[in-house]
Design a protein around this ligand. Sequence first.
Ligand code: PAF
Length: 286
Amino acid sequence: MELLKTREELQSWVNNRSSRPRALVPTMGALHQGHASLIDAAVKLVDSGDVLTTIFVNPTQFGPNEDFASYPRRLEADLTLCESHGSTAVFAPEAHHIYDSNSSVSIHESKLSRRWCGASRPGHFDGVCTVVAKLFLLAQPNTAVFGEKDFQQLAVIQRLTRDLNFPVEIVGCPTVREADGLAMSSRNTYLSEEERAAAPILHRTLRSVANDISRGKFPSPEVAREEIIERISSETLARIDYVDVVDSDSLEPLDSFDNHLPRLLAAVFFGNIRLIDNVGAPQSIR
Ligand code: PAF
């Protein structure tokens, strides 16, 4: 496995291997089994081609009061994980290889980014779109793999790819969970023991309400949403940022379940740590 640290190294690696299919796995490092599953999926997708994992804590997607400075950075352990899962190369640049000091252009997605994580974290998706577009241009992948845990991000990146005509197939991979259902996240390591014990209520509630939706228990998405809020609020360590019931494809909030595949989205603080999760309601079993 090759470690590429500069834009020039990446570009010459790409030029030397231009005939091979290439899958990109963009990450911010602090890799866990969720990321490993993305690399595994990428390896399968390109068959005997290349898998390029990127490790870059992207400053432009963090707000001024967010955890950019304290975000976990563990390059050595990350490289071991990438190699053992079959990455051909890792691109792990310093920020100045991605952003020139006086750069003044960014990408703004104006519809899907407005709500939920976009509303709670102003500018976040501009940062995500800008860095993902830069990685696409530098790495020129055929395919790029992202986790469904960041469901809104996946939709925004699909839109970015479509609207800017990137010749990249976007593949979403299912969320990998701890034994108690908590979605794997680099931020889980910040949770105190009590917060970690409380956090599985997020997935438990979403899954249970999703199953109840499929059984026809709720007359409307709004009643299902209220149920999620009530159940999560029963946990004293939990503070809800948002909860919504949306259409899986368009991400539009639902007024009715008719002809829709609902997706339940939520972000909840446990202490200062904001966790996100989402669950799709299975096809109706009424
Ligand atoms: O999901 C992430 O880790 C990041 O948002 C991404 C896609 C690597 C862009 O920095």
